[in-house]
Design a protein around this ligand. Sequence first.
Ligand code: VGL
Ligand code: ZN
Length: 212
Amino acid sequence: MADTTQGIRARSCTNRAVKGVEAMNLTATDALIVVDMQEDFMDGGPLEVKGARGLIPGVNSVVEIFSKKDLPIFFTRDYHPKDHCSFQGQGGPWPSHCVQGTKGAQFASGLLVPGGAEVVSKAQKRDRDAYSAFYGTGLGDRISEMGIRRVFVAGVATEYCVLETVLDAIREGLNVFVLTDLVAAVTKEDGLEALKKMETFGAKNGESTAVE
Ligand code: VGL
Ligand code: ZN
């Protein structure tokens, strides 16, 4: 009797219980995907995602957790030729952004990119846009050959590249955990709708504080 009481008290005194957050313990088959944290998408960039720069410290913390556990980390980058079809100059919807070899295509200043991390370049062909990090990159094969079964996803933009990457990850048969405090959208409402859609398709949404 006394033991039980003590057990409950001990548990309820942990940080997690106080915050009401269910801990997500990482295992050897987990990986992290950081989507398009590049200069051109940061606040003030040509394709600004408001709040993107503010994600950097939190993303770095999660990167550090995965890195310390030697778990795979993928950094995706939008990597367009200078005359890409998605650019307004070519009749597309977007201002020119993330052009191969430019400063704007580089990972955001201050973003922690550990040496062992893998870079996944996407949308490199002039005539076709691709929001998903799985499209034409070999990422799906790489993930399956590494035995990865669950991916945690952070980055931008929630309603474009994060959404399509998450949906493709689910199609690949992966379990997906979306780090809701570490994503940012071009349009706030569209971002919230995209998060709901990901959940509807089977993703688990939660905060990065749960990852340990
Ligand atoms: C993205 C618009 C155009 C993204 C890429 O990374 O979400 N959005 N290209
Ligand atoms: Zn793009």
